[in-house]
Design a protein around this ligand. Sequence first.
Ligand code: NAD
Length: 480
Amino acid sequence: MISLLNYINGSFVAAQSGETLPVFEPATGLAYAHAPVSAAGDVDAAVAAAKEAAREWRQTSAAERAGWLHRLADGIEKRMEEFARAESRDQGKPVSLARRMDIPRAVDNLRFFAGAVLHDRQDAFDTDRQAINYVLRKPLGVVACISPWNLPLYLFTWKIAPALAAGNTVVAKPSELTPYTAYMLSEWAHEIGFPKGVLNIVHGYGGPIGDRLNIHPDVKAVSFTGGTATGARIAAQAAPLFKKLSLELGGKNPTVIFADASYEEALSSAVRSSFTNQGEICLCGSRILVERSIYDRFLKDFVERVRQLTVGDPQHDDSRLGALVSEAHLNKVLGYVQLALEEGGVIHCGGQRVIPHGRCAGGWFMEPTVIDGLPNQCRTNQEEIFGPVVTLQAFDTEQEALELANGTEYGLAAGLWTSDGSRVHRMSAQLDFGIVWVNSWLLRDLRTPFGGMKSSGVGREGGYDALRFFTEPVNVCIKY
Ligand code: NAD
């Protein structure tokens, strides 16, 4: 059993209560580590350390901070395989995916913001040749970075990198379900002598830690990625205290496929966007909308491809889907399959738990599931399932496709498949989503604004948007 510890003020410490929680390997259903159950006192200690460290860190040059981010990235890069295996064990995802996507992206996040802060620019305004205004960007001080379990190190670094690059000190909280790679990063930070108190990592359940972080007077901003209900709770606590908030929340993303799209590309991409990471990516397309003239053919071909996806031990290179993150989540997703049946849906494949042979017999696996025959307004098509379950619906016109796509409370990402250039522009302007992927999926440029609208969140991450979020602008007006 591995014992994880909080990382506060450059030291590894247990929770003040001494309590721990079990950390499970989803592929086996067995606990392999313990993490501290931190509460208000631990958060207070981390915030106090971060506040003290902020005095010096905010005075460092951008080049110095960039150097530290690169050194953090070096540690992940050097131990890429170890990080990938650890992420797969902790989260349930295939190790091949962690190797290809999660861990390289964590390195990219750190290196990207190390570069971005060196190339940031400031605005200046000449006022009728009487005054010059320029804009100073000051770090906020102590900021909270709260991340979810689906892309653990990927989203953890996506937050801490811009926060640190902009000159803030951080209290970070990884998900209690997947704390391991953040812990590995703290070990590496310690090894390279990362400045004390600049990066603090507090482990444990979200409620007690979040409830303190969200209202702590010395925490100036909360950058959160997670569920919409948690985001609403954070906003209710932090907004009256005028903290800056960045909330990246849930989604119910449509993939809209027109008959004039490149059929094979749309088909294979739809399989990927539905089931990568067991459907546990906020950007997965969970509602596939297909033009009626190709609907039957598409459904048949799609189901055939999905049936070929291998579910199994995430350590095996041929497993396309690993285990779901927890037993509770598996039961929630299976519950949605039951609900879909009650709502009149037709299950074309999947719908059942998978029990592999051997070491993974106790793991939380599920078949990739394809459902149709449901109206857009039913719960299955409205609520975020966040698992390997996708629905299909047919549409006749562009207008109908738009209404179906926009017809949920969420607005994170939409996929659009067509070869008609005019339609691309018409539809993109009317789809109420923070990201529109045209003839592509998960093609990311870290400079672009990333985030959702409606119940999918408030604010944008990525590029200069993230550096703006983590700084306070000051207008200096000089009369001449
Ligand atoms: P979650 O909201 O349960 O937890 C996210 C994090 O918040 C965890 O670290 C958790 O411990 C913490 N937390 C829980 N209660 C808190 C509180 N009161 N105050 C502060 N923090 C608290 O989400 P999850 O189940 O870990 O992640 C899945 C969700 O995340 C899905 O809804 C998914 O769509 C969303 N997500 C969104 C994006 C995006 O970029 N929009 C990316 C990934 C995941």
